[in-house]
Design a protein around this ligand. Sequence first.
Ligand SMILES: [Zn+2]
Length: 372
Amino acid sequence: MNTTSSTRGGWAKAAAVSALSILGGAALVGAASRMSEPALAQSKSGPLAPELVGDSWLNTPGNRPISLASRRGQVSIVEFWTFGCSNCQANLPAYARWNKQFAASGVQVIGVHTPETSEERSPANVARRVKELGITYPVLIDGQSENWQRWGQRYWPTVYVLDKAGRVRFKWEGELNSGGAGGEKKVAGLVQNLLREPAPATQRADARDAQDAQVDEASIQLVSDDKAPKREARDKGVGHVVKSDAEWKKILTPAQYDVLRQQGTEPPFSGDFHPKKVAGVWRCAGCGLELFRASTMFDSGTGWPSFWQPIAGHVMGRKDADGDRDEILCARCGGHLGHVFNDGPKPTGLRYCMNSVAMKFQPDAKLPAAKK
Ligand SMILES: [Zn+2]
């Protein structure tokens, strides 16, 4: 843990931001439509874009994967979307226009389809909708949200522009053209500029770095709005549980109430903090929502149950009252669960430090042994 921490020390702040981004993840569907203005960011250099992972592709020759490493020397536009998102659909004509406008310049639009609902999770549905929507550029089916997490994604839709070195130079969250936002024009202008830049001397030298790359948001965007609570933007898919204080007191034990509803912390080494030897899931003790798979649990030595990844969209984050730590809440009932830190193990580098009293472990149901 110490090794991880020291090698990552230089971008600790950025990692904290991407921690929030990750847990925001699916919890923020629809947020873009509620944002007063789409976020805009641009800089002269930028973080190396994480390599796209997964081999489920549409609209490529033989449905073979496209790697960003193979695109070094060319400008790429990567957009995250999901077919059931109306804000994403609103951007589709712009993507089609860019794809056409810049085709001769070697620019490629790449769609990354990260689902939220069970309907969107079906690869067959994605293929059908891609066809129906007339999308002709390559689409990566990000069924497990792996790319979403690696890119520190927060909103659908989000557009990234990558320069010839594979660096993220620009990011746009939300609809491009709503309310005269002018995002489509801005992106097109930036692509024109990037096309005039010289190609990097070594096109594949940093391809390996991209395997471990994360979008270091601090270098492409001011993150001043990250202190804003994001509770209202929770995942519609997990629903809302709202109860009065008196109601919570009735159904929770005093210890559960103290943590979940009063932001308390259980004493270290007091609860159920050992990694599980069986498959299963940790659920919210307040509302029963599934929060963490047992397979993402690890021994952090802190005396609190620790995880490197939540179930996507099932937790949300916000800055603690003191502004120093990133608090983690249940996405359904808003119950306090713990905090997230950036000194966790691979693959995320995150440590979700939870209170075991705020959760309940449920082993996966085992099929009864067949009798002969
Ligand atoms: Zn809950």
